[in-house]
Design a protein around this ligand. Structure first.
Ligand SMILES: Cc1cc2nc3c(=O)[nH]c(=O)nc-3n(C[C@H](O)[C@H](O)[C@H](O)COP(=O)(O)OP(=O)(O)OC[C@H]3O[C@@H](n4cnc5c(N)ncnc54)[C@H](O)[C@@H]3O)c2cc1C
Length: 442
C-alpha cells in the first residue's frame, strides 16, 4: 500500500497517476492545499494570485484536458509602482518613465557590470553559493539594486539579502543584455520578457477549478486526517483521527520540516538540521470593493517601504466572474517572519492606507469584504544552511521509503506546474518499479 499525505496538487497528481492501490490523507476538510479558492459575499478569492504558466507541454496538455476548455489566456499586464510612477515589469528592461537621474543610475550601474566584473567573484573560491545580494550587484548593477531589487527583495524575504543564496534566481529574474536595457530606458519595446509574459486562468470558479478537476479520478481520500507520527523503521503512519497505517512507500507533500519532526526515529542530527530550514510567511489580504475597475492592470509590485505590501493584484481582471458586477476585488500580499504576527485588523488598516497612498483606493471607497489569511509556509528561504543540509535530509527520507515531494516537501520555490509534474514523475517511477501493483482503479 502506498500512503500519500497531503491533497494539494502534488498529492493529487501522484494519486491520479498511480496504477496501484493507494490512500490519500488530507488534514483539511477539502482538497487543493494552496490552490483552494473561497467565497465571501459574492466574491471568489484565491490565496493571493495563482496563475498558470507552463514550460512543459505534457503538463499543459494534462491540465487543459482536465479543465476541458475552461482556461483563458491573458497577456500579462504587470507593473512596478515607484517614484509615484508605473513602469512595466521586469524593472531591468523598463526604466523608461522613471525620473531621469534614476534611469541614469540604473544604466550606468548596469554598464559597469559589463566593464568591471565583480571583484568579489573574481577573487573568491567558487565553492560557496554566491549570495543573492552579490548576484544582484554582479548581474544588474548598483542602480537597479538600489531602486528595485534590494528594497523589493528585502521586503519580500524579510531577511538581509547577503544571507540568501542565488541558486533559485536564474529562471525567475531575467538577465537582460545591454541592448534590452538601453531599449527599456528609451521606451522602445521589441519583445516580451520574463518567465510569464502570458498566463492561463480558469474562466470560472477561481484556481480551485484545477484541484477539483483531479478529484473524479482520485479515489480513497480521507479528509480531516492529519499525519501526526511516522515510525520509519516499522513503516507505520499514525493520523490524528486514530487511523494507523502500515505502508510500503510513503509519499509526503507536507512541509519537510514538519515531516521530519513527526519521524520520531529519524537521526537526531538531521532532525536539528531540518528544524533550521527557514521560510517566510505571507498575509493574503483579499478585498472586495464597491467600485468598478479599480485598475486596468493584473498585478503591481511595490518596492518602496512606504507601502507595507510587496504586491497587489486584481483578480476580476483575470476573470470578471470572481465578483459581483460594478465591483472590484484585490489581493494584497505582505510578507512576515513565521514567528512574528500582527493583528488582522491592524494589517487591513495598513493595507488600506497603503492602497490610498498609492492612488488605488479613494478615501471614500466602500470596502465590502476584507479578509485576511495567513499562509504559514509561503516562500522557502534559499540560504547556505538549506544548500548544506537539504540533500542529506531528502536522501535519508528516501532510504526509509519516504518520498518527500511538492513545493514544501522539497523545500523549494516551484510552481503549480512543478507540483503536478513531481507527482506524475514519482507515480510513474513507482508504477515502473512494481511498487504500485495494478488494481481496479476508478
Ligand atoms: C503566495 C503564493 C503565490 C503563488 N502563486 C503561484 C502562481 O501564481 N503560479 C504558480 O504556478 N504557483 C504559485 N504558487 C505556488 C503553488 O501554490 C505551489 O507550487 C503548489 O500549490 C504546491 O502544491 P503542493 O501540493 O506541493 O503543496 P500544498 O498545496 O501546500 O499541499 C500540501 C497539502 O498537505 C496538507 N497537509 C499539511 N500537513 C499535513 C499533515 N500533517 N497531514 C495531512 N495533510 C497535511 C495541506 O493541508 C495541503 O493540502 C504560489 C504560492 C504562494 C505561497
Amino acid at each position: 500500500m502506498i500512503a500519500i499525505v497531503g491533497a494539494g496538487l502534488a498529492g493529487l497528481s501522484t494519486a491520479f497517476h498511480l496504477k496501484g492501490p493507494y490512500r490519500l490523507f488530507e488534514k483539511e476538510k477539502e482538497a487543493g492545499g494552496l490552490c483552494r479558492s473561497y467565497q465571501v459575499d459574492g466574491f471568489t478569492f484565491d490565496l493571493t494570485g495563482h496563475l498558470l504558466h507552463f514550460r512543459q507541454a505534457a503538463i499543459q496538455t494534462l491540465v487543459e484536458g482536465l479543465l476541458g476548455g475552461r482556461l483563458q489566456k491573458h497577456v500579462r499586464r504587470s507593473y512596478i509602482y515607484s517614484h509615484r510612477t508605473y513602469t512595466e515589469y521586469p524593472f531591468q528592461v523598463n526604466t523608461y518613465g522613471l525620473p531621469p537621474d534614476v534611469v541614469r543610475e540604473c544604466l550606468l550601474g548596469f554598464i559597469a557590470t559589463l566593464t568591471n566584473p565583480s571583484p568579489s567573484r573574481k577573487d573568491q573560491a567558487q565553492t560557496e553559493p554566491q549570495s543573492f545580494k552579490a548576484w544582484i550587484l554582479e548581474n544588474l548593477g548598483e542602480g537597479m539594486a538600489k531602486h528595485f531589487m534590494v528594497p523589493f527583495n528585502e521586503k519580500f524575504w524579510q531577511a538581509p539579502l547577503d544571507e540568501l543564496t542565488s541558486d533559485w534566481v536564474s529562471w525567475l529574474v531575467p538577465k537582460p543584455d545591454l541592448k534590452d536595457v538601453v531599449n527599456g530606458a528609451l521606451g522602445i519595446k521589441d519583445k516580451a520578457f520574463g518567465y510569464n509574459p502570458s498566463f492561463l486562468y480558469p474562466a470560472q470558479g477561481g484556481i480551485e477549478a484545477l484541484p477539483k478537476a483531479f478529484l473524479p479520478s482520485v479515489a480513497e481520500i480521507a479528509y480531516g486526517a492529519e499525519l501526526i507520527e511516522v515510525e520509519t523503521g516499522k513503516r507505520r503512519a499514525t493520523f490524528g483521527d486514530g487511523r494507523v497505517l502500515d505502508y510500503e512507500q510513503l509519499v509526503s507533500t507536507i512541509p519537510v520540516t514538519e515531516l521530519v519532526r513527526l519521524c520520531a526515529d529519524f537521526p537526531q542530527g538531521l532532525r536539528e538540521a531540518a528544524a533550521g530550514l527557514r521560510c517566510v510567511s505571507v498575509y493574503s489580504v483579499n478585498l472586495g470593493v464597491a467600485r468598478e475597475r479599480l485598475s486596468d492592470k493584473h498585478w503591481i509590485y511595490f518596492p518602496e517601504p512606504d507601502y507595507p505590501f510587496y504586491r497587489a493584484g486584481f483578480p476580476m481582471n483575470f476573470s470578471p466572474s470572481l465578483g459581483p458586477p460594478g465591483c472590484s476585488s484585490l489581493y494584497v500580499e505582505i510578507s512576515h517572519r513565521p514567528t512574528e504576527h500582527s493583528r488582522p485588523a491592524e494589517v487591513i488598516r495598513q493595507v488600506r492606507g497603503g492602497l490610498e497612498r498609492g492612488g488605488i483606493l479613494k478615501p471614500d471607497d466602500d470596502i465590502l469584504v476584507a479578509d485576511l489569511r495567513d499562509i504559514r509556509y509561503a516562500y522557502v528561504l534559499f540560504d547556505r544552511h538549506r544548500a548544506k543540509v537539504l540533500p542529506a535530509i531528502l536522501d535519508e527520507l528516501q532510504r526509509r521509503g519516504i518520498h518527500s515531494i511538492g513545493r514544501y516537501g522539497r523545500w523549494e520555490h516551484t510552481s503549480m506546474e512543478d507540483a503536478i509534474d513531481q507527482g506524475k514523475k514519482l507515480a510513474e517511477h513507482l508504477n515502473r518499479s512494481g511498487q504500485a501493483q495494478s488494481t481496479d482503479r476508478p
